[in-house]
Design a protein around this ligand. Sequence first.
Ligand code: GAR
Length: 211
Amino acid sequence: MNNPGPSRPGFSFAPEIPGPRFGVLGSGKGSNFRALAEAWKEGTLGATPAIVLSDIETAGILPLGREFGIPTHFLPPGPFRTKMTPEAEEELVRHLREARVDFVVLAGFMRVIKAPLLEAFPGRILNIHPSLLPAFRGLEAWRQALEAGVPEAGCTVHLVDAGVDTGKILGQSRVPVLSGDTAESLHARIQVAEHELYPRIVREFAKQIQG
Ligand code: GAR
């Protein structure tokens, strides 16, 4: 089947390109992106990161992208704390289209995605969230889990829809909450699980959209 990606209708994967292309959006240090990029370098991801974009000029994910030889850009998000302006999101879409990506991976991107991006890549935006959704949506989910006193935490990869952490679940990993855990120690344990889960689910997703 030809790739039905919105950015390049009729495109067939060239044999030298390992799978579909994806764009990465991140606001933080980029450890999830690193896990994906390492799998790509090892030839086990089945997809190629084509661009890394951030709403935070000093985010570690930008130099990390360059370290892997991937084009990176800082995109000023505008004045709101929790979302980008429609204009800023249009600019984001422009970069993703120019990079000819077939899907989008959120890797610690801390703004809510709105119509311009959702409509440009319907059903093609993945996110990783540090809880066992539907429990503990929103910010610092590991801290929410610790404060709720649950015995088990984890992480979820899901499709992004117009809600906050509400889209279709593609995969989850569970980790125990240990006595004596701090927010930091629990988040660190969840991140180890994230770095195994995200490449695995991206590989499955890439395979699925190739038909
Ligand atoms: C990850 O734990 C990810 O699950 C979380 O931010 C961290 C980013 O770390 N994302 C969210 O909370 C999104 N709601 P990283 O920059 O090292 O990948």
